[in-house]
Write a protein that binds this ligand. Sequence first.
Ligand SMILES: [Zn+2]
Length: 311
Amino acid sequence: MTSTKQYNAFEAILLNNNHIRQVVIVGGTHGNERIGLYLVKKFNQDSSLLFRPNLTTTCLIGNPQACKENRRYIDTDLNRCFIKADLDNQLLGRHEERQAKVLHQQLGPKGNSDNFLLDLHSTTANMGLTLILVNDHPFNLHLAAYLTHHNPQVRVYRWTQGNQENAFVSSLCQLGFAIEVGPIPQGILLASLFQETETLIHQTLDYLEQINRDVSLPLPRTLPLFQHLDVVDFPKTSSGELAGMVHPQLQGKDYQPLNPGDPIFLTFEGQTLFYEGCSTVWPIFINEAAYYEKDIAMCLTHKQDISLKWN
Ligand SMILES: [Zn+2]
């Protein structure tokens, strides 16, 4: 897969000589994902919790109205509203389209912001702690390598699709990523995942603080990464009705290899449908509740090791 933008070594060096001053943590981009929302509320009640001497961190709620109503969104998915042309289009006036413009004003301009952005999400799929990268910036890859090295539970998913522009909140800033944690049902809190997400945020801030102090960190030379390939839709009848479910043998098996010929769906009549691809893939977001409206049953990824150059 090609990336949305190629960064050369020079840019990487340049960035490593610069410092991160402003970190923004967004929770509640999706109003029924409570972990991010309540972490932001906690941090906003006591700003000393995130204090680092060489870093300023602010927290905000992505979609306050949706959070109030404990719904993913009011009119449309906020995390698909950050295409540049849409942000500039004043005719787009649905609730989330307006909220995206507000966030863009605060955190942007898109692609040219110095902020480091963390966008907090949760999933009903069995994805553990996942960093979702939306570009190939070396700074993000290095930080991801640091986090996977210090926290073996962390996996890295890169959602880039050729030159296609990314529409996520996290695409507002080149530096940073989304954190996706699960499994957790929509609308509830889980103490274990809440604490694990909080730890991951602290580990991220610790890394940024070290960078700002010009401390060189011992880091791995490769980063294991799951590269987005495609999405798989649910099977449908000829009239467009849902025809089956995720196969019980695949349920909860996020990040595990799926080979050609392995079971993937079970129809309501009890017939097993098999994966018909020609090579092994690693599915994630398996049976994610929020993707039913998009007809998406899972995303497929390719597992790869990225070589890292350290200065
Ligand atoms: Zn989300």
